[in-house]
Ligand binder design. Structure first.
Ligand code: TXA
Ligand code: MG
Length: 317
């Protein structure tokens, strides 16, 4: 049985005992484990059915706690001051005395760290008094959950508890920025727009095209395409829609769809991001030919939304 909890103290006690607890962040729900407990971290991969080479993000209640585990340079500190707590993940070199279990970082010499902007998550992290490794709280290959009910659909019976934290305000995952190699590279667009990051540290490199190499050589396994797929095929930049298709609308909807989910009637990219995963779930119904997604522009949170849609649209083997 998976418990639905209201009190972060109960959730923290479970985490400290080595159990898995899903919790809300401002981006999506995470599936948390004590990052210093290898058995607990292994449980995450088991519960998700996730390939073992995917490194996890470690969550902290404050930047100083993160800097105890990874080496932060001036850029990392400036970005943390500007965007933490918030939807930015920094990939930095592990310290020699880093206490995070190696499996949490998939054996890499770098670690992804962030301080989430959600009161419930911060209360949990403070009470647990340990870093919490947490990928999105979905089964492998499925879209990220943005409500406690979504998490229950995905993981009920497989984890100890879900800490109720309401609907996630941002709705797409954190921006992942690699600062480990001396340069700066965007590994995953997300809740903090690239322009805002560049305003703090200057130009950021874009990652290689997704098909540039076999998966194990990719710097971020998160760039793999199969990560976010609904069951139905998804078609991007739709300008018309068929009567046996579901429509993911952005702005005034195209006419004629079997069913429509509106991301944002008013072209508000924040609203659209916060509704994206719920929309993909709502439209992923049997009996339809596919999902047609209307175009989303390329500024602000647009690239993060387009990235998630492109992954969901990629045909799977
Ligand atoms: O918003 C979020 O980031 C959510 C919430 C729960 O914090 N978490 C999340 O975790 O989306 P996950 O595991 O679904 O995605 C983590 C991303 C993956 O793309 C992973 O490959 C990348 O971060 N990543 C983690 N550690 C890394 C590292 N050491 N080097 C490169 N990429 C890393
Ligand atoms: Mg995920």
């Amino acid at each position: 049985m998976t418990a639905l909890l209201d009190d972060p103290l109960d959730a923290a006690a479970l985490l400290r005992s080595g159990a898995l607890v899903a919790f809300a962040t401002e981006t999506v729900y995470g599936l948390g484990a004590d990052a210093r407990n290898g058995q607990a971290v292994a449980g995450i991969f088991e519960a998700k059915g996730r390939p073992h080479f995917n490194p996890l993000i470690c969550h902290f209640a404050e930047a100083e706690a993160a800097w105890a585990e990874v080496r932060a340079d001036d850029r990392a500190r400036a970005l943390a001051a500007a965007f933490w707590p918030g939807p930015l993940t920094l990939v930095l070199p592990r310290r020699a005395d880093c206490r995070i279990d190696l499996l949490a970082g998939a054996g890499l010499d770098t670690l992804a760290v962030r301080v989430p902007a959600h009161e419930g998550a911060l209360a949990l992290l403070r009470a647990a008094a340990t870093p919490v490794a947490a990928p999105s709280a979905n089964r492998s290959g499925r879209v990220s959950p943005t409500s406690a009910a979504h998490v229950m659909e995905e993981l009920s019976g497989r984890i100890a508890a879900v800490l109720e934290g309401g609907e996630c305000a941002v709705g797409v995952e954190s921006t992942v920025l690699d600062l480990a190699g001396g340069g700066a590279a965007l590994l995953r667009p997300g809740g903090v727009p690239l322009e805002a990051i560049e305003a703090v540290i200057g130009p950021v490199g874009r990652p290689l095209p997704r098909h540039a190499g076999p998966a194990p050589t990719l710097r971020s396994p998160g760039m793999m395409l199969s990560h976010y797929a609904p069951t139905l095929p998804l078609r991007l930049d739709a300008r018309e829609v068929a009567s046996d298709e579901a429509l993911l609308a952005f702005g005034p909807p195209l006419p004629g769809a079997a069913v429509t989910y509106q991301l944002s009637e008013t072209h508000d990219l924040r609203e659209a991001a916060s509704r994206l995963f719920a929309g993909l779930r709502a439209l992923d119904r049997p009996g339809l030919r596919g999902i047609a997604a209307m175009p989303v522009p390329g500024e602000g949170l647009g690239p993060a939304i387009r990235d998630r849609l492109a992954r969901a649209a990629e045909p799977r083997e």
